[in-house]
Ligand binder design. Structure first.
Ligand SMILES: C[S@@+](CC[C@H](N)C(=O)[O-])C[C@H]1O[C@@H](n2cnc3c(N)ncnc32)[C@H](O)[C@@H]1O
Length: 140
């Protein structure tokens, strides 16, 4: 995990991945009712026609909750998997990824993401320049 100037924390690969490879899960509390908390770390999805939410607001040391948004050049995507009859959100690579690549996915449509303006575009082209190391990165 690395701290970025604009986005806060971000998750980077520490090895190569092939296309469509499993990367990591989005861990948190699985809920069948919309939680009444700040939605920063809430992942909403449908499974078997029903709405679900994963509440990852707890700082539990997991990485899935720390992936940033890039709706223009996402390099991974969340997929709803079924494990023990329960839905689990797993991220898969959209293309081969080299080591030291920030994992980013498209948070979805909407005008609710303030960074998707001028500065978001700037970031997409200057990513290498805005990344700074603060502490030890962790291995995925
Ligand atoms: C699920 S968290 C991602 C991890 C977050 N960076 C952190 O440090 O905890 C979502 C939040 O990250 C930030 N974020 C995500 N993608 C971003 C982007 N492309 N540009 C700027 N901020 C972003 C926003 O503050 C957003 O509310």
């Amino acid at each position: 995990m690395i701290l970025l100037i604009c986005e806060g924390r971000g998750v980077f690969t520490k090895k190569e991945f092939g296309q469509n490879e499993f990367l990591l899960p989005y861990e948190g509390e699985l809920l069948e009712k919309e939680p009444d908390v700040d939605d920063t770390y809430i992942f909403e999805f449908t499974f078997k026609g029903k709405p679900f939410w994963v509440d990852a607001s707890k700082e539990d040391g997991s990485f899935g909750r720390l992936l940033n948004d890039d709706h223009i050049h996402p390099n991974c995507r969340p997929k709803v998997m079924e494990i023990d009859e329960k839905p689990v959100i797993c991220f898969f690579s959209l293309r081969p990824l080299s080591s030291n690549t920030e994992l980013v996915y498209d948070y979805g449509p909407g005008n609710i993401y303030p960074w998707r303006g001028k500065f978001g575009m700037l970031r997409n082209h200057q990513k290498n320049l805005t990344a700074v190391y603060l502490g030890m990165p962790q291995i995925l």
